[in-house]
Design a protein around this ligand. Sequence first.
Ligand code: HSE
Length: 438
Amino acid sequence: MHNHPHTTPLRIAIAGLGNVGASLVNLLASAQSRGLNARSSRPIELVAVCARNKNKDRGITLSSSMLWCDDAVKIANAPNVDVFVELIGGSEGVARTAVEAALNAGKHVVTANKALLAAHGNALAALAEQKGVSLNFEASVAGGIPIVKTLRESLCGNSPTRVMGILNGTCNYILTRMEAQSEPFDVCLKAAQELGYAEADPTFDIDGFDTAHKLSILTSLAFGTQIHSEIQTLEGIRSITYEDIAATRDLGYRIKLLGIAQRIGNTISQSVQPTLLPHNAAIADVGGATNAVLIDADFMPSLLLVGAGAGGNPTASAVAADIIDIARGLHILPFGQSVAHMPVVLPAQADAISHRYYVRFAVQDKPGAFATIATHMAQQNISLESIVQHGQSSSSGIAQVILVTHKTTAPALHKALDAISNAHILATKPQSMCIESL
Ligand code: HSE
């Protein structure tokens, strides 16, 4: 059978010309020379762009015939646009209004907006389904890693049991740099911002919200459930100190901000928290702004995808693939199945999961401190694997005490830590992190 290429161009509008938008313009400008038109079976033509500031130097060249406007909703509705590419960001406001307008106008939408999907993904997917158009969002999770397609298409013959990921480049960059260069948190955050990885509001990165948005999308794709963005455990990396990095390294672990979704009976647990991984595990070796996703599925165990999770070019690469799918006429429902058939998530109980835990106490170096810690742990039925003092106590008589527990639950551990905090032997709040088994 011969495949006759269409000659009608697929007409694209891009709203938002930040790092990703500018990279996408460059990618599309070289489409012909890089063989994209042949691969798409038809030319892809950029017909409209929308950004606030027309005069900013973005390192891109736009043809003079192109519609430039500062109203995203207007280009979402423009009659000569087939695909609306939303790269504005944010769960509400103009991004949401423009995406809804485009879908309502029967146009395909490609978006990198994880916050929008976490908040409104169910409704937007239902609207796209009703209108018979694509809503593609490969770039919304883990930048250039093709994790959406992997879960929705490549692994669709499986029943995944667990998905875990390093999903925020900024956090991974900060943790890696703190360890490699012994630099404080703030210096490392500033460097990540300068490299263009961080969100406009970096609290989204470092307090775990960005990871949570991405995880809620992966959960839905993996387990076929509706998006449930209320992640049960949500902690960022702000409280991690160099003492934690050094102590965990000495124990043979590395700290990563992990998003983990797993099926437990008919419930689903979603958590985002700094987690200790054995340092010789492949996923623990993923450093800098690189992201990684580890999927355990019944017929395909331990699939690890690693790649650039942030930055203009890798994210534009994912957006381009979504556009090319539309040009090729490949239409798959946003979550791989009808929203009407996707059950709501029944969140797992907090005590349904057990882990070993790392705990660091800043203890007044006095007789009885270890005994107090051990007693309160025992009262919660928590057995200790090891307890050591890390280094000398400081001139003020404060010692870092590092403890590793046998398996216990988060509620039991928190009860024990509250009791120890109330026993007046600690100089600061205890630090605890779970140890994930792979
Ligand atoms: N701020 C995000 C990150 C960008 O650091 O990973 C990609 O979503």
